[in-house]
Design a protein. Structure first.
Length: 383
């Protein structure tokens, strides 16, 4: 579920008339950042707003060793890949490639764009921001098709179309996302909901050195792009700066707008965590079905009971010594975390920074799907 809309959505139309390749560089760059906006859905106006914000903050000059690229597919507009750069105190755009109306939630399309970026801009380091709807590790269409009658809810903060990269009913599951990323990235930032789950982070551990994501939803306004780009391009501790900027922006708000959870994950430390978690699961499996689920920190709304705090779950079933080892390992994976004291109507009482599925009651379809994920293969949460 990327982002819960807090604004009335107006349709913004951008018409592109040609399809050509305008820039290919053989220069060696230090860093290339791609903002991939799969916005051919009801989030389209927010994508346009975020790009305007982007232009109000730090943007590298055309002659610098840093490159900022945007892939945008919004409603009623053809997809395009373009470069933003600063020149003479103004922000300019140059098209890299314009595309036919393909589906931006397709793994093949994402793979094509990423490969185009790498072939056109040789760099020491690549970063990716993924912007759209999302539902974490869940299978395509499951979140929206689950057992709930939306007629009973009148929530102005919720979009009912919820899945990563949603584009005309097509969604990208995390196993497809993994295949789409064909080279190792320095970082992935998820500007979309529920991607801060252990299942997602573990699946993508070989695709990025670091990941930033939220275990809850993210408000439709998303990351404050006028603030984070200087962190991404100029700061030595750039990812921590991004998290700080995100948190400070939302923490300064009031009411439901003061809602944010985020974490920074070091993927190189995940093997130890999976080994320790597997041992705890094996030693305490019988406790899972008898858990008092109301006592575990939740990250979901609308009875979407697939996102619980991982550390709180382990704490409830592990021995004291097991829990100590788990906490030590988790602290190596989650290097920084940020949260307000609530997310809309969810009190955040215990926040480890990462969610998990808990199979506390049988669900044959979802449990079968869960077995296909690498996290479950390695920890055997569901046998």
């Amino acid at each position: 579920m990327k982002k819960i809309s807090l604004l009335f959505c107006y349709v913004i139309v951008i018409v592109l008339f040609s399809c050509k390749k305008d820039e290919v560089s053989h220069e060696q760059y230090n860093k290339v950042v791609l903002l991939y906006m799969a916005a051919n859905n009801n989030l389209s106006p927010h994508a346009i707003n975020n790009i305007q914000e982007l232009k109000q903050g730090y943007v590298p000059s055309k002659d610098s060793k840093e490159v900022l690229l945007v892939y945008l597919h919004s409603v009623n507009s053809s997809p395009r890949l373009f470069r933003l750069y600063s020149s003479d105190n103004t922000i300019k755009e140059i098209n890299i490639e314009l595309y036919d109306n393909h589906n931006s939630a397709s793994a093949d399309v994402l793979n094509k764009i990423l490969n185009r970026v790498k072939s056109s801009f040789k760099a020491k380091e690549y970063g990716l921001i993924l912007w759209s709807h999302a539902t974490g590790w869940l299978p395509q269409g499951y979140y929206n098709g689950s057992q709930i009658n939306y007629a009973f809810f009148e929530d102005p903060y919720s979009n009912l179309v919820k899945s990563f990269g949603e584009d005309r009913g097509v969604e990208m599951e995390i196993t497809e996302l993994k295949k789409a990323i064909s080279y190792k990235l320095s970082f992935i930032i998820f500007d979309c909901c529920y991607m801060g789950g252990i299942e997602t982070i573990y699946e993508l551990r070989d695709r990025a050195e670091y990941i930033i994501a939220s275990p809850t939803e993210i408000l439709a306004t998303g990351f404050p792009y006028n603030r984070i780009m200087e962190d991404l391009f100029k700061s030595s501790s750039y990812l921590v700066g991004v998290g700080d900027s995100f948190f400070n922006y939302y923490n300064s708000m009031s009411g439901v707008n003061r809602s944010a959870t985020l974490a920074l994950y070091n993927t190189s430390e995940m093997h130890e965590l999976s080994t320790i978690t597997r041992s705890i699961i094996e030693n305490n499996r019988l406790k899972i079905s008898t858990l008092d689920m109301s006592s575990i920190q939740q990250y979901f709304r609308y009875n979407k009971r697939w996102f619980w705090d991982l550390e709180d779950f382990i704490h409830k079933i592990a021995s004291e010594s097991e829990y100590t080892l788990f906490k030590q390992s988790l602290s190596k994976v989650i290097t920084h975390k940020w949260n307000t004291d609530s997310f809309i109507d969810i009190p955040i009482l215990r926040f480890s920074g990462v969610s998990t599925y808990i199979p506390f009651s049988p669900n044959p379809f979802i449990d079968s799907f869960y077995k296909s994920l690498e996290w479950n293969r390695d920890v055997l949460l569901i046998k």
